[in-house]
Ligand binder design. Structure first.
Ligand code: NIG
Ligand code: FE
Length: 409
């Protein structure tokens, strides 16, 4: 019996923003893309299609895109997708003048989401997280990073990571998991943050052995953990060979970015209070700056991340939704493209690289984020002529087709 043939498809007459090579946008004006199985087999000018690649390889589905835009699938490289409850009442309190820090110090904030998450069963957590993932996917997202951090004990952290893994098994989307036990101090450890950090470090080998964790994160800030505590978590990650990333310099400058760069962190995230020394350390370590305009906007922050200095230093910038119930209850990566430009002053091309090639790098993934032969066939066809149109419009989703590993939705 013949082995089953991988599906093959040929996408012709597309405007392709490949983000590959040296050309701006990696642009191809009249491009073609050959997909074999879950990989991109060939991409180039339509006029240069290699005819020998088109015959003999099994049935070929040919689609004329008539000049529509084709881009890599979007990558949301920073989300807290698994949790129960909401923080709408806290939003109201903040509108009346309470600050995010005040609410957190009074036992609300992350802790209120922890209580709701612990009380929810696995099925409820999965149903909630799957609906959020589907909303992101409906705008062209094909890879999502999902952090734990609302369980804050051994059992509930593992449950949340397992729910994230299940999303990747049951939905047509790739999921990367990040263990964020060091997100906030749970109430049962009040006044004993060092003891809690010892617990977080103790859980990691079990999470890794169960295949639940791809990276380790912490929240290094005045309402999170100190640099010394962050180091202990990173030392435990390093001992297991797990890469690290850090919520750094969101509310104050703790020197977290330089600390994380010392561990060759994949990314430092938020960065509103990033110092020149932090930028230099990130540049030297090749660490990605993960910019999160949703949290900046929703917390009505007034200190912008140092985008011009990051650009001048050549630190790669990524852009993500930071979806979470407290600081960014946002399920639109397309809106982040717009806010990255309007609020953070990224160029449209920088914003796009931030949700594709640089987002892939922030997850340590070299097989996606660009349109190039050999990479995963994760791509999107848009009812648009140029990617800058998706930065310009907001509250608008021109998605025509989403392909995940060569398979259409
Ligand atoms: O990325 N800064 C810490 N963590 C989240 C917020 C979590 C929450 O408020 O629930 C963030 O902004
Ligand atoms: Fe976050």
């Amino acid at each position: 019996m013949n082995p089953p043939r991988a599906p093959r498809s040929l996408w012709r007459h597309a405007r392709i923003a490949s983000f590959d090579g040296d050309r701006p946008w990696g642009w191809l004006d009249d491009g073609a893309l050959l997909v074999e199985g879950d990989r991109i087999a060939w991409v180039g000018p339509d006029a240069a299609l290699p005819s020998e690649r088109l015959t003999g390889g099994g049935p070929l589905d040919e689609i004329d895109l008539g000049g529509a835009l084709l881009t890599p699938g979007l990558i949301d490289a920073h989300t807290h997708l698994v949790y129960a409850g909401d923080r709408a009442a806290e939003f109201e309190q903040r509108l009346q003048g309470a600050s995010y820090e005040q609410i957190a110090r009074a036992g609300g904030g992350i802790r209120s989401t922890v209580a709701a998450t612990r009380a929810a069963d696995d099925e409820a957590l999965f149903t909630l997280a799957a609906a959020r993932a589907r909303a992101l996917m409906a705008e062209g997202v094909t890879t999502i990073e999902v952090k734990s951090g609302y369980g804050l004990n051994e059992r509930d952290e593992a449950r949340c990571l397992a729910v994230a893994r299940r999303l990747g098994r049951e939905l047509p989307v790739a999921v990367r998991t990040t263990s964020l036990g060091a997100h906030a101090l749970p109430p049962e450890f009040e006044g004993r943050a060092d003891d809690y950090i010892a617990e977080v470090c103790r859980w990691l080998p079990g999470q890794q052995a169960a295949g639940l964790v791809d990276a380790v994160d912490a929240f290094c800030d005045t309402i999170g953990f100190t640099p010394a505590q962050t180091r202990r978590v990173f030392d435990a990650a390093r001992a297991l060979g797990l890469p690290v990333k850090l919520h750094a310099e969101q509310l104050s400058d703790q020197g977290g970015a330089a600390l994380a760069a010392g561990y060759r962190a994949l990314s430092c995230d938020h960065l509103e209070h990033l110092s020149p020394a932090g930028i230099a350390a990130m540049q030297a370590a090749g660490t990605v700056a993960m910019l999160l305009p949703g949290a900046y906007y929703f917390l009505r922050d007034t200190t912008l991340p140092p985008v011009a200095a990051l650009r001048a230093t050549g630190v790669p910038m990524a852009l993500a939704s930071d979806h979470n119930p407290g600081s960014s209850p946002c399920l639109s990566l397309l809106l982040m493209l717009n806010m990255g430009c309007t609020i953070f002053r990224l160029t449209p091309e920088e914003a796009w690289r931030g949700v594709t090639v640089h987002a892939a790098r922030a997850l340590g993934l070299g097989d996606r984020g660009r349109i190039a032969a050999g990479l995963r066939a994760d791509f999107v066809v848009w009812d648009a002529g140029h990617p800058r149109e998706l930065c310009y419009r907001f509250g608008h989703n021109p998605l025509r087709r989403r392909l995940f590993g060569g398979m259409p939705d």
